[in-house]
Design a protein around this ligand. Structure first.
Ligand code: CMC
Length: 431
């Protein structure tokens, strides 16, 4: 291992050592390659929550939590948010490069061509209770799409994987909008391919069958921005779930459904819904301190929703952009949003508080996004579906990368067994 940086791990009990290579990426902490640890020392690593574990190689997204930096394929999120579109960012995530004008037009056309779903799929929605949580419905219907694209999908064919990416990204707006339509008692709407991706989604959500639909361009741009900011975020819980499911060579729509199920949790994508519920509960700026005190109290399991992040120990760069977008949107739409005032005051108080300063807890992407969704008339329970709509681009890009990795193998973590020692079965009458 001459000239290569390495780390030697020695078992003090036996004196046996293993030299592990240190691998350097483009950015970020180097990683210790422990793959031969078990064979040579008979030991596993132990890392609950994967705080010190790099689970894969990836060339898609980089984030620097100390500096508050987020890059997709090397491009800073601030530049993508300002100049790009969601469709272009999705292309970038999947293909690795920004498209030329022709490539972008072809990609956009292909997404539109995949916007329809099999007519029978519409019947799945009516199987849910009228008040089912939208994330439960989305998990189910995306899983159901797997049944329409199974036998003919070769997950080891690059062409088939790219076709799958076009299908996932193309179909998600229709799948999400149908949840809203069903729960509102409105007829399903087919996509209108004369409209752009984001506008088309709004058309499928909000158009009235008897009236022409004209989207508000300010609202379309605000939603586009949110979708760009949510498109990918490297190996978070839902993306890791998609990869783990994919590593078992399962159907890609089933992998995305697994990612959606994980995103639903309030520690992850469900936080956008939880933030608005929390702000409504606070109700008035004079109550903020009481909630902040609760968040600091170790005997209370309440946490400030939309605050803190496993990786960002600085202001989440997405939250910075969303905070401004939220302010601009409310002004442009002439909306008086008392919750935005409460959110800003809560942020101010928390950021001056030693508890949050010492733990480097800052607002994350979900702190202000719910307020934008609310201004766009998206029901609170659907916020996390909006997150899933955007993140499906990242999930499918990550799945594609996994499936083309030369080191591809099934993900299979090990454990530290702390259960009972081997013992004999005791017949029922003797227990
Ligand atoms: N409010 C109060 N205290 C907090 C919070 C919070 N929101 N977040 C972390 N802490 C405390 C935590 O109690 C711990 O304190 P101590 O060191 O005294 O035990 C310390 O900060 C470190 O927290 P942790 O639990 O070790 O951090 P983690 O990396 O395991 O969890 C997190 C990260 C995002 C789950 C957590 O910060 C949290 O629950 N935040 C609220 C939910 C939220 O906003 N989630 C969205 C995350 S970003 C979007 C996404 O991933 O989808």
């Amino acid at each position: 291992m001459a000239n290569q940086r390495s780390v030697t791990i020695t078992d003090n009990a036996t004196g046996k050592s293993v030299e592990c290579a240190v691998l350097e990426g483009q950015y970020g902490a180097p990683v210790i390659d422990v793959r031969k640890l078990y064979n040579e020392l008979g030991m596993f690593t132990f890392d609950i929550g994967y705080g010190s574990t790099a689970s894969c190689r990836s060339a898609i997204t980089h984030l620097d939590g100390e500096q508050g930096v987020l890059l997709h394929r090397g491009y800073p999120i601030e530049q993508l948010a300002e100049h790009s579109s969601f469709v272009e960012v999705a292309y970038l995530l999947v293909h690795g490069e920004l498209p030329t004008a022709n490539e972008l037009a072809e990609w956009e056309h292909a997404l539109k061509m995949h916007g329809m779903t099999h007519e029978h799929l519409s019947r799945f929605y009516s199987g849910y209770r009228y008040d089912a949580h939208p994330m439960s419905v989305l998990t189910g219907v995306v899983g159901a799409v797997a049944s329409f694209y199974h036998a003919n999908t070769d997950i080891y064919s690059n062409d088939d994987r790219l076709a799958t990416a076009r299908r996932v990204i193309g179909k998600m707006p229709g799948l999400v909008s149908k949840i809203y339509r069903y729960q509102s008692g409105l007829p399903f709407v087919y996509p209108d391919n004369a409209r752009g991706y984001v506008e088309n989604f709004m058309y499928m959500m909000y158009s009235w069958p008897t009236e022409p639909y004209v989207a508000n361009p300010v609202a379309v741009r605000a939603l586009e921005l949110l979708m760009i900011l949510h498109a990918d975020h490297e190996q978070n819980a839902s993306t890791s779930t998609v990869r783990l499911a994919g590593s078992a060579e399962t159907n890609p729509f089933a992998c995305i459904a697994a990612g959606i199920a994980t995103l639903w949790g309030k520690s992850h994508g469900g936080a956008n819904e939880a933030v608005v519920t929390m702000l409504e509960e606070i109700g008035d700026a004079k109550n903020i301190r009481r909630f902040v005190d609760r968040a600091k109290d170790k005997n209370d399991n309440f946490r400030l929703m939309g605050f803190g992040h496993r990786v960002y120990k600085n202001y989440d760069p997405r939250a910075k952009i969303i905070r401004k977008a939220c302010h601009d949107l409310l002004e442009d739409m002439n909306l008086n949003q008392p919750l935005f005032e409460i959110a800003m005051e809560l942020e101010r108080i928390a950021l001056e508080d030693d508890y949050f300063i010492e733990r480097k807890l800052y607002p994350n992407v979900d702190f202000y996004s719910g307020l934008i969704y609310q201004a766009l008339n998206i029901p609170t329970a659907m916020f996390t579906c909006m997150f899933a709509l955007a993140r499906s681009a990242g999930w499918i890009a990550q799945w594609n990368e996994l499936m083309s990795d030369p080191d591809f193998r099934i993900g299979r973590p090990r454990q530290l067994y702390i259960g009972a020692a081997e013992r004999d079965y005791v017949p029922l009458a003797e227990r």
